[in-house]
Design a protein around this ligand. Structure first.
Ligand code: IPD
Length: 277
């Protein structure tokens, strides 16, 4: 929350945004939980309710636009990024945290035109932090400009990652071996906080030096990519090439040197593509 001169807390988002109230209330309550692609890929009724509210609002205001949204995709909607104006929505990022009442949960909304990311908004629901980024106009958290760290040395880096939904032995072996490689290279630490978007916001804020993941989706990445780039950071493919939003993998860092070092250390875990499901 932002503190006003009188010392009162002022939320960075208007009180009229109803889904934030719904998420905060549901966080402390019992939830009905279902699974999607694996036993660790969770969804609750709140994910569905929040997604419906966001889409309803956006569709009313922008009837000609296209939408890619996590729970619609899980129900079979195609995720194809065309040149048309497209909103890319994750209603609750960190659903597993949400289920366990672990208070690291966000709403993420990105917007692309001509397949180029134009702006992104990520809201940390419990800490009331609103991260925003607009192409060419900077990145901010509750109005404070964001700036990535300038670290280039992997042996001085704090690295973030997320596990991804699969738990089969081959995937876990690769996941742990990637972590081990970075620790062998001397990284100060590798952290998993349970929300890709908020981990990426740490990178944008300079409170971590790098992020990588296999198994995330375009709705985890869209908004965060604009925010990181506008904070001066680099977002690329794990091969070291340009980011492909639909490829379910990413390396991001405060500096290109750091991103390349991480990309070179990683073994690929193939999660397929969002636009081929
Ligand atoms: C997931 C979380 C998780 C990450 C997954 C994401 P969701 O998003 O960010 O930490 O490992 O790859 O898809 O399902 O909570 O919206």
């Amino acid at each position: 929350a932002i503190r006003t001169e009188g010392g009162r807390r002022r939320s960075p988002v208007p009180a009229a945004v109803p889904f934030l109230k719904i998420i905060r209330k549901a966080l402390s309550e019992e939830k009905r939980v279902s699974t999607k692609t694996s036993a660790a890929d969770l969804v609750t009724e709140t994910d569905h309710v929040v997604e419906a509210l966001i889409l309803q609002e956006l569709q009313t205001r922008f009837p000609s636009h296209r939408f890619i949204a996590e729970e619609a995709a899980a129900a079979g909607a195609k995720c194809v990024l065309t040149p048309s104006p497209t909103w890319i929505v994750d209603p609750i990022d960190g659903t597993c945290n949400f289920v366990h009442r672990f208070p690291t949960v966000a709403v993420s909304i990105g917007f692309a035109v001509n397949q180029e990311l134009e702006f992104g908004v990520i809201y940390h629901c419990t800490e009331e932090r609103l991260y925003t980024g607009r192409r060419g106009q900077g990145a901010f958290c509750n109005g404070q400009r964001l700036r990535v760290s300038g670290e280039t040395d992997l042996s001085k880096a704090l690295v973030l990652t997320e596990i991804g939904p699969r738990r089969d032995p081959a995937t876990l072996k690769l996941f742990l071996s990637n972590m081990e490689r970075l620790l062998h290279a001397g990284a100060h630490g590798v952290r998993v906080i349970g929300s890709s978007t908020l981990a990426l916001c740490h990178l944008a804020a300079g409170t971590a030096d790098a992020y990588y993941q296999f198994g995330l989706h375009c709705w985890d990445l869209a908004a965060a990519t604009v925010i990181i780039r506008e904070a001066g950071g680099v977002v690329m493919d794990t091969s070291g090439g340009p980011l492909d939003l639909m490829s379910c993998r990413v390396v991001a860092a405060g500096t290109r040197e750091m991103a390349v070092l991480i990309a070179q250390a990683l073994q690929t875990i193939n999660y397929g593509r969002d636009d081929e499901r």
